[in-house]
Design a protein. Structure first.
Length: 227
């Protein structure tokens, strides 16, 4: 991958020095995984930072026999940075929802890069604050109706990773169980609300291609309470 394509794909590197990008690409490793494959196991956190070149993954929390989806990440995002920064063990793993292409940079080399490039360091802090704000907004919706909470989940995914087309904003066709976990509502409520949104013409699902078209993002955004 060329440095400019790398910069355009990953917002994290929008203000990084060209030398930083060249070096990171030179020391990165490439990975490909099919859907439903474990990308990062719970005992491997802290070894590297991973950058999503294509595809979708879910971050899961493991507690005994229970599995709970904490986050859905798409193209242009990254994960593994927090385990490097706080050096704590993780009871989570990362699973490929779709076929995935990744780049990884070892923990030691990534930390070195943060020390050398203050612009990259600052940009990472900005993106981590953005994630925190999105999480805080989810907590603010805790007592709102399930439809409002689910609309927020869909709008956030669209804003972060959606691809605008004439048919609507495209995101991955995320399983209802994962949407329910993210939204903190039941899977049955998720199924019912998604059916209603489909009937309203606000979204369409292409099960063959595993795509979800948010055909009326304006109304979904209003329902979600976003400004």
């Amino acid at each position: 991958m060329q440095t400019e394509a790398f910069r355009e794909l990953f917002p994290l590197f929008s203000s990084a020095n060209p030398e930083t990008l060249e070096w990171l690409l030179a020391v990165s490793d490439q990975h490909e995984y099919p859907s439903n494959r474990a990308v990062l196991m719970e005992d491997a956190w802290g070894n590297a930072v991973y950058f999503l070149v294509s595809g979708w993954v879910k971050v899961r929390r493991l507690s005994g026999d229970n599995v709970f989806t904490l986050a859905i990440l798409g193209r242009g995002d990254f994960f593994g940075e927090m385990a490097i920064l706080d050096e704590s063990p993780r009871s989570t793993d990362v699973i490929a929802l779709s076929p995935v292409q990744l780049l990884s940079v070892s923990a030691q080399r990534f930390i070195q890069t943060l020390f050398k490039d203050s612009q990259l360091h600052h940009r990472m802090l900005q993106l981590m604050v953005r994630r925190l704000r999105q999480t805080n907004f989810r907590f603010q919706l805790q007592n709102r109706p399930p439809a409002v909470k689910l609309a927020n989940t869909l709008v956030t995914l669209a804003q972060n990773y959606g691809q605008a087309t004439e048919k609507g904003t495209i995101i991955y066709n995320i399983p209802f169980k994962d949407l329910a976990d993210l939204t903190d509502i039941s899977t049955e409520d998720t199924r019912k609300i998604m059916q209603k949104l489909h009937e309203k013409g606000w979204l369409k699902i292409d099960a063959t291609k595993q795509l979800m078209y948010l055909t009326n993002l304006k109304h979904l955004t209003h329902l979600a309470g976003h400004q």
